[in-house]
Design a protein around this ligand. Structure first.
Ligand code: NAG
Ligand code: NAG
Ligand code: NAG
Length: 193
């Protein structure tokens, strides 16, 4: 009796695992409600994904993607723009040209947060729209020391395919247009999810 009960329990557990494992792999839609078991399986089947794309931050142009909402440049007598605050909704594309294939948007804010360096505090959500990551997001928050060749910002979480994400984003400047304060950033996103 006890042994047949154990067998049934084992079978049900096996069936449940098989089902929820399938669920965990397929169920990355932001609208589904995962069970704790789904999330445990998701944690066990973590993988590392690298995505490369370009981010277009265009300021003094007729159709800006980034706007200054507060601050007076140079008002502190330094050239670090300390205190300036921008809101951005930047296109993400596969290539450095704005007309290359769109793969998402970077939406959020950045502030010039250093008195003695040109360094930003960025807080952005990256919303992906391409193929298998359509609708999935990652949250990036960190320091962007813009004069450094390669800057690294932490990925603090994600949704959809990037649920339970951890990782980092490396950015470098691919194109700089000083008169319009516009840049194209070369982004490499590493996510464990
Ligand atoms: C300007 O930057 C220097 C460091 O380079 C700092 O010591 C000074 O306090 C800053 N001045 C103002 C007014 O923020
Ligand atoms: C992404 O999803 C939206 C709806 O959620 C859909 O309209 C769009 O066509 C999808 N894009 C791709 C590339 O699958
Ligand atoms: C962007 O960075 C990658 C390395 O991550 C490099 O292979 C590529 O050449 C860079 N693109 C540009 C336009 O600088």
């Amino acid at each position: 009796m006890a042994s047949s009960l154990a067998k049934v329990t084992l079978f049900i557990t096996f069936l449940f695992c098989a089902l929820s494992n399938h669920e965990a792999v397929a169920g990355s839609n932001s609208e589904d409600t995962p069970s704790l078991e789904d999330l445990r399986l998701l944690l066990k089947s973590q993988k590392l994904t690298r995505l490369n794309f370009y981010m277009h931050d265009l300021v003094l142009v007729s159709d800006p993607t980034s706007v200054r909402v507060a601050g007076v440049p140079g008002s502190n007598g330094n050239t670090t723009n300390f205190g300036d605050l921008y809101v951005l909704d930047d296109p993400l594309t596969t290539g450095p040209s704005l007309t290359s294939r769109a793969v998402g948007r970077a939406q959020g804010i950045y502030s010039f947060s250093s008195e003695d360096a040109t360094a930003l505090m960025m807080s952005i959500n990256m919303i992906f729209t391409g193929d298998k990551y359509n609708g999935s997001t990652v949250a990036v928050i960190g320091r962007n020391d813009v004069l450094k060749k390669v800057r690294e910002l932490p990925v603090v979480g994600g949704t959809g395919a990037f649920r339970l994400a951890r990782g980092f984003l490396q950015i470098s400047t691919a194109v700089l247009d000083s008169p319009t304060l516009s840049v194209v950033l070369n982004c490499s996103l590493y996510v464990l999810h």
